[in-house]
Design a protein around this ligand. Structure first.
Ligand SMILES: *[C@@H]1O[C@H](CO)[C@@H](O)[C@H](O)[C@H]1NC(C)=O
Ligand SMILES: *[C@@H]1O[C@H](CO)[C@@H](O)[C@H](O)[C@H]1NC(C)=O
Length: 251
């Protein structure tokens, strides 16, 4: 009974939200690419690259949030096995630097319903709150407080499963599934107030985290990737669900 009620409420809620599709070529996409163009990937790469300066300020008409700084409500971590076990969150995270992203490549395979994008971000600086508990290699880690991260030379690959449904008479793109992988060459981290503010333990663990940051991130790569995919799948669908493909990927 309860389930049926919730189902009905969700149906009513989605019925009143009608999507307002973009109805003209936007200034942030100069010209559409063409599916049959043998250089369609080169063209799409330029399209995405051209969008970044606009994304930095946000594109409200298609719900793209401001990317400079980029606000992420929550990055959850749940890892129960291996050399790093960790559970908790980074909350209210502000990331500075994403607007300097360059697009390395795009790869569209319409038949297979795949769109992959490679991105390079020179540096990302974040401020957030954190609550974490676990074991990092052999050291215990527990704390709640402010967290600062500095990441350099971040290469990200986004692998998407996409479909092209028709909404209100227009074809749009829908991302059904997303996987995010990343590599980076330098990382600095500071977690404030570890162990209830115990300065000696906090200092020990922060020093250890910084010495082993790349190895630790490697352990957490899949976990963080999943958490980022959850955030960016919504961003992509909010945006590309409102942009008829004819404005960016024409016949
Ligand atoms: C983008 O990169 C330039 C050059 O490295 C740098 O001066 C600028 O601060 C960066 N912008 C942001 C918002 O990080
Ligand atoms: C940046 O990352 C790429 C890919 O991981 C790597 O090939 C390159 O050597 C790195 N550059 C620097 C300056 O660390």
């Amino acid at each position: 009974m309860r389930g049926a009620q919730i189902g009905l409420v969700l149906m009513l809620a989605s019925a009143v939200v009608s999507i307002k599709l973009l109805n003209r070529q936007p200034e942030w996409i100069k010209i559409p690419c063409h599916r049959k163009d043998p250089k369609v990937n080169e063209c799409l790469k330029n399209t995405f690259q051209g969008m970044f300066p606009f994304m930095a300020r946000g594109i409200p008409e298609v719900n793209i949030p401001r990317f400079e700084p980029l606000f992420i409500e929550k990055i959850g971590i749940t890892k129960g096995h291996g050399a790093v076990t960790l559970a908790g969150n980074f909350n209210h995270l502000y990331a500075h630097g994403p607007s300097n992203t360059t697009t390395i490549y795009t790869s569209l395979d319409e038949k297979a319903g795949k769109l992959d994008i490679g991105l390079h971000i020179p540096f990302i600086r974040t401020e957030s709150q954190y609550d974490l508990k676990g074991n990092i290699l052999l050291l215990p880690l527990v704390g709640v407080g402010d967290a600062k991260l500095y990441l350099k030379n971040v290469t990200t690959e986004v692998f998407m499963k996409v479909t092209f449904p028709t909404i209100e008479g227009e074809e749009v793109m829908k991302v059904e599934h997303m996987k995010v992988e990343f590599k980076l060459s330098h990382c600095r981290v500071h977690l404030d107030n570890l162990f209830n503010g115990n300065k000696v333990l906090g200092h020990t663990v922060n020093t250890f985290l910084n010495k082993n940051s790349l190895e630790i991130l490697d352990e957490l790569n899949e976990n963080i990737g999943d958490s980022l995919a959850f955030v960016f799948l919504k961003v992509m669908n909010d945006a590309f669900g409102r942009i008829p493909t004819k404005y960016w990927l024409a016949a």
